[in-house]
Write a protein that binds this ligand. Structure first.
Ligand code: ASP
Ligand code: MG
Length: 421
């Protein structure tokens, strides 16, 4: 049994979906589970809807929903021209649910819970379209709601998987279906004990593929991308980016941890634990060899450049001139954990602590409000975190990062990290 994952770019328009259909039909003789993300930039659009909902802005809610409808119906229309096909009423049902959900202000529902309730529609819509399109070209598929299988805690937007429950249900209920036909399901989404939708964190569909592969003891997982494989740098930013033909699990985990965006950070662990190979292939040149991540790969020595944008650099110093030591640090860390602000690099000196973290809506503000009574806090928004993995310390910085201010620099083994503004 194999697991495939197609991301947003691979289903961004009708032509792309046809290409996905070609890839899937080529593999349709074996057992296959296919995980699909929201189409194109739909998740970002749904985040706009979330903003409109929270600011109770009726007209922008309407505008966003209208755009989402146009986009999805447009793709369905190009793929399945028969207007009597049930895809049209299925999509209408989903949109009606979404409209009702954002119609009322629910006082008792937290921001994060509402976020997951809204954001899951991207994946639900896209999988309906792809699955019905495949049917229409005679590829037999079964559409499955991933939330029935991916069971999680209630940590909305960053939910943790309940592995035992998930593995048991996948094997008992889902496996017999995969024995009979190709299963199409959503990435990124799950459900908690109270039946609420949860998500695994942005870009979490890769992780979903790994979870299913783990539970099903799959032979391998293939992530189909718009790049040739895992590169040593983002080809859109770095001229001489090169494809890496193989990477071992540990180095892949490190690269993903530093922010290499081709693989979601949590994806590798479950695959590593069952020795399931991960292929990263191009959906544009589907027969080209991409990258394989497995146990056998030799250690990489090549420098890899990883850029993380949307970073905020925070610096804390104490108001009472006390040192930044255990007590103050534990207080600071507690607040980071409570407000779910992720630290990517940190450094401390006697009287100050600096952290470069992901910029996420109002979370940093909440964190600062909590700590401002005891600390003088400086916040520098719109920073970039550049990591050079396997650095020789001699490589030139790519030109877009030259003449910028380096706010923080750290070296650990052969890895250099810089916060740049
Ligand atoms: N649609 C989700 C996102 O854009 C999940 C994914 O694409 O992996 O973050
Ligand atoms: Mg994606």
């Amino acid at each position: 049994m194999k697991v495939f994952k197609f991301g947003g770019a691979s289903v961004k328009n009708a032509e792309a979906v046809r290409n996905v259909g070609e890839i899937i039909s080529k593999y349709s003789s074996g057992k296959l589970l296919v995980v699909i993300s929201a189409m194109g930039k739909t998740t970002n659009k749904l985040e706009e809807l979330m903003q409109a909902y929270f600011s109770n802005n009726t007209s922008s809610k309407e505008i966003v929903i209208k755009e989402l409808k146009q986009f999805h119906f447009g793709i369905a229309d190009a793929l399945i021209p028969d207007k009597k096909h049930h895809i049209y009423s299925d999509l209408e049902d989903l949109f009606m649910e979404l409209e009702c959900l954002v119609d009322k202000q629910f006082e008792s529902v937290s921001y994060d819970e509402m976020y997951d309730g809204i954001i899951c529609y991207g994946e639900l819509l896209s999988t309906k379209i792809v699955s019905d399109y495949l049917h229409s070209i005679d590829v037999k598929t079964k559409w499955v709601d991933a939330r029935n299988f991916i069971q999680t805690d209630s940590n909305f937007r960053e939910a943790s998987v309940k592995w035992n429950e998930t593995e048991e249900t996948v094997n008992r209920i889902l496996k017999p279906f995969i024995d009979r036909s190709i299963v199409i399901t959503q990435g990124f989404i799950g459900r908690d004990e109270k039946n609420n939708t949860t998500t695994l964190g942005r870009e979490g569909s890769d992780y979903t593929a790994a979870i299913f592969a783990y539970c099903l003891d799959a032979e391998n997982v293939t992530i189909w991308k718009d790049v040739a494989g895992v590169m040593n740098a983002d080809p859109k930013r770095f001229e001489n980016a090169q494809k890496l033909s193989s990477i071992n699990y540990n180095q892949a985990i490190e690269l993903a941890y530093y922010g290499a965006s081709v693989i979601h950070p949590k994806t590798i662990q479950p695959l590593k634990s069952k020795n399931i190979s991960l292929y990263v292939n191009s959906f544009i040149n589907m027969d080209d060899e991409g990258t394989v991540v497995n146990n056998q790969a030799e250690n990489l020595n090549q420098a890899c450049y990883i850029v993380k944008e949307k970073q905020t650099q925070l610096s804390f110093s104490t108001k009472n001139y006390s040192f930044i030591a255990e007590e103050n640090l534990s207080y600071i860390f507690e607040a980071f954990a409570k407000h779910k602000v992720r630290i990517n690099v940190m450094q401390n000196s006697a009287i100050s602590f600096s952290a470069c973290c992901d910029t996420k809506e109002n979370k940093i503000e909440d964190l600062m409000n909590e700590l401002k009574e005891y600390f003088i806090i400086e916040s520098i928004p719109e920073c970039v975190l550049l990591t050079v993995y396997n650095s020789t310390q001699n490589e030139d910085l790519p030109s877009i990062y030259q003449n910028k201010t380096v706010l923080l620099k750290q070296m650990l083994g052969h890895t250099i990290q810089m916060v740049i503004k």
